[in-house]
Design a protein around this ligand. Structure first.
Ligand SMILES: *Cc1c(COP(=O)(O)O)cnc(C)c1O
Length: 328
């Protein structure tokens, strides 16, 4: 049923061991009380480079042959994939060029430069940045490693699903962030293979949820890209999507959408109750739980996917000075 198999994900785990951290899973007492079931937080925002994207990037880079390594890699990224790829390429002594749109916050951009990658700012959307990547591939011979629609990227993100099932073997429900769907596809492929009864729910922001609109339409569609607190969830799924649309359609049990205020509440809860600093995208699982968007019939695993937020914005949000709409 799924295009990336459990075997691919297990192979990815062996390829990236030692290159990524195995992040901890902790029980949240406050969220467990609220949900009426044990709620486990997978603290993947503590991953090297600040997000799970290092798993997919490390697996993809480690899968390249000698000739591809010599040419270097390119990607369009809203930030975290670019950071991860910059780090993974640097560890292998490879050139990396990261293309991104003007909507990407400055803190993410600086960090990618610090990690040793070249940064190109192009246009107002992920699709504009993608065109520059395609030019680099055809004119300069670089290898494109996209943020989500690639088997090695999906398999790398899927290693999170293996860890979740080892850490919470009887999980009834997994809440996972949903944007391009590489993360959700990989986790769902692993979890559904190991324990088909476990439900997987994707969580997105209501402002520009491209995968949700595509699933509702029955094919990949474009939506307007809007500023959101969950900026790492922005961007389309690609009208020529090859893998993640079908995998999300076949493997996800449901998709939940959240308002900006609900996402802000998730960031605040993570900070005040769990003592964790997470970015908007990282907080949507907690936010969905706080908003009471689903019923838990057993142990829940909530993924905290990233922590790369501008700290001034974070301070405003936790002080309640910025509601979601104004913060963006
Ligand atoms: C990229 C990203 C996501 C979404 O992953 P997709 O594979 O695009 O669905 C979620 N959270 C964070 C922090 C991210 O960087």
């Amino acid at each position: 049923m799924s295009i990336v198999t459990l075997r691919d994900i297990q192979a990815a785990r062996e390829r990236i061991v030692g290159k990524v951290e195995r992040t901890p899973t902790v029980l949240s007492r406050s969220l467990s009380e609220l949900a009426g079931a044990p709620v486990h937080l997978k603290l993947e925002h503590r991953q090297i480079t600040g997000s799970f994207k290092l798993r997919g990037a490390s697996n993809a880079v480690a899968s390249l042959n000698q000739d591809e390594r010599a040419r270097g890699v390119a990607a369009a990224s809203t930030g975290n994939h670019g950071r991860a790829l910059a780090h993974a390429a640097k560890c292998q002594g490879m050139r990396a060029v990261i293309c991104m749109s003007r909507l990407v916050p400055g803190n993410k951009l600086d960090e990618i430069r610090r990690l040793g990658a070249e940064v190109r700012i192009v246009g107002n959307s992920q699709d504009d940045a993608q065109q520059e990547v395609e030019r680099l591939v055809t004119e300069e011979g670089l290898v494109m490693l996209p943020p989500f629609d690639h088997p090695a990227i999906i398999a790398g993100q899927g290693t999170l699903g293996l860890e979740m099932m080892e850490e919470v073997p009887n999980a009834a429900l997994v809440l996972v962030q949903l944007s391009g769907g590489g993360l959700a596809s990989g986790i769902a492929a692993a979890v559904k293979s190991l324990r088909p009864a476990t439900k997987i729910i994707g969580v997105s922001m209501a402002r520009g949820a491209a995968m949700k609109a595509s699933l509702d339409t029955g094919r990949p569609v474009q939506v307007e890209e809007l500023p959101t607190l969950a900026d790492s969830l922005g961007g389309g799924i690609g009208l020529d999507n090859r893998l993640t649309f079908a995998m999300c359609r076949d493997l996800l049990d449901d998709v939940i959408l959240l308002s900006e205020d609900e996402i802000a509440a998730g960031i605040r809860h993570a900070y005040e109750q769990e003592r964790e600093i997470v970015e908007g995208a990282g907080a949507v699982g907690i936010a969905a739980l706080l908003a009471g968007k689903f019923k838990a019939s057993g142990p829940v695993v909530v993924l905290l996917s990233g922590r790369n937020i501008d700290m001034n914005a974070h301070r405003r949000i936790v002080c309640g000075e910025a509601t979601g709409e104004r913060a963006s």
